[in-house]
Design a protein around this ligand. Structure first.
Ligand SMILES: *Cc1c(COP(=O)(O)O)cnc(C)c1O
Length: 350
């Protein structure tokens, strides 16, 4: 603390990311990274970009917006790109989510949302998940300006079908619905095909998880033109060049590599199914996940204890010291070998 701090800084409660320790041989199942290396085509495109470092990158990342537009069946001016989807989300607060009535989002969801609310002074209200840790859309029939959902939700992994998202945007035509689809590629239904029909829907995705490019920092939003324009106005009042030349080149190649994409996500989905079977056999309750992680608890053991014991044995998982979920572990789906090692260690513990 210092007398030079602004009142805004005094009142912040920053997000705490999962740890990234530099320990050899550690099995990292704590930050939902992809266990496989990115598309070789993305790596080659990044390497071939070094000779452009002298120049500023394209401030609008046109090549990338066009690649995303082609892949998702929209036009490039319906695509906004940012330095990770965290930045895209951040811009959506001053651009679209800060109003007199509160923004609504679940009590158990991505813990960055309330952090942004504080930074941007946006009012919000938490809407509890139901007893089965699901989002009940009827609970959103309360005063509010906009709705922010993560689908599949984090850290639960539970997904809503596309039809439910459509019912929500239809029921609330005067509210913007933002859907954070960071994990949608691991088996859930994307709301992107709804964007053409609904002017109150913004969908946000990332290349960090399903494209294995967390280190490159690329995320994007798809929505009708006026929503995208709002994000562009904030971005151009903040940083003209959020994506560097490597990020643009690597992301274009990654988006275009359908072969790599389909193969790796199928592998992760089948590893997830094996992990769920393994955990269930040990007596864990595992929420139904369509993400690249599972959320599980064991009746006989505290979440914090299991996480600490796993860490001592070289396996990192995520534990949240938070009401309702303190006994759960959020476990990223690693390779089959990594998941096997986790199950082996847990078998000794429970
Ligand atoms: C990982 C994650 C993001 C952010 O990803 P970026 O790496 O910033 O693109 C956004 N939302 C959720 C729910 C996430 O889990």
């Amino acid at each position: 603390m210092s007398r030079f701090w602004s009142s805004v800084v005094h009142n912040l409660s920053p997000y705490v990311p999962g740890e990234q320790p530099k320990i050899d041989g550690l099995i990292k199942l704590n930050t939902n990274e992809n266990p496989y290396p990115p598309s070789p085509r993305a790596l080659a495109a990044i390497a071939a970009t070094a000779d452009r470092l002298r120049l500023y990158p394209d401030p609008r990342a046109t090549a990338l917006r066009e690649a995303i537009a082609t892949r998702y069946g929209v036009t490039s001016d319906e695509v906004f790109v940012g330095n990770g989807s965290d930045e895209v989300l951040a811009h959506s607060f001053p651009a679209l989510l800060k109003h007199d009535a509160p923004l609504l989002f679940p009590d158990i969801t991505y813990s960055f949302y309330p952090v942004y609310c504080r930074l941007y002074g946006a009012r919000y209200e938490l809407v509890p998940l139901d007893a089965a840790m699901r989002i009940d859309l009827a609970d959103y029939r309360r005063p509010g300006s906009a709705i922010l959902l993560c689908n599949p939700n984090a850290p639960t992994g539970v997904a809503l079908p596309r039809a439910a998202i459509e019912a929500l945007v239809v029921e609330h035509p005067d509210r913007l619905v933002v859907v954070d689809e960071a994990y949608v590629d691991f088996g859930a239904e994307s709301a992107v095909p709804l964007v053409a029909r609904h002017d109150n829907l913004l969908v946000i995705q990332t290349l960090s998880k399903s494209r294995a490019l967390a280190g490159l920092r690329v995320g994007f939003a798809i929505g009708q033109r006026p929503l995208i324009e709002a994000l562009e106005r904030v971005k151009d009042s903040f940083n003209s060049y959020p994506l560097d030349c490597f990020a643009i080149a690597g992301a274009v190649a990654a988006i275009e590599d359908d072969g790599w994409f389909d193969e790796t996500r199928q592998r992760i989905v089948s590893s997830r199914e094996a992990l769920v079977r393994g955990l269930s056999a040990l007596g864990f309750e595992v929420l139904p996940s369509l993400a690249n992680f599972v959320f599980a608890r064991h009746g006989g053991h505290r979440g914090a204890d299991l996480a600490a014991k796993l860490r001592e044995r070289g396996v990192l998982v995520r534990h949240f010291q938070k009401p309702r979920i303190e006994d759960f572990l959020r476990i990223t789906v690693g390779t089959d070998d990594e998941c096997g090692r986790l199950i082996e260690l847990l078998r000794d513990m429970v």
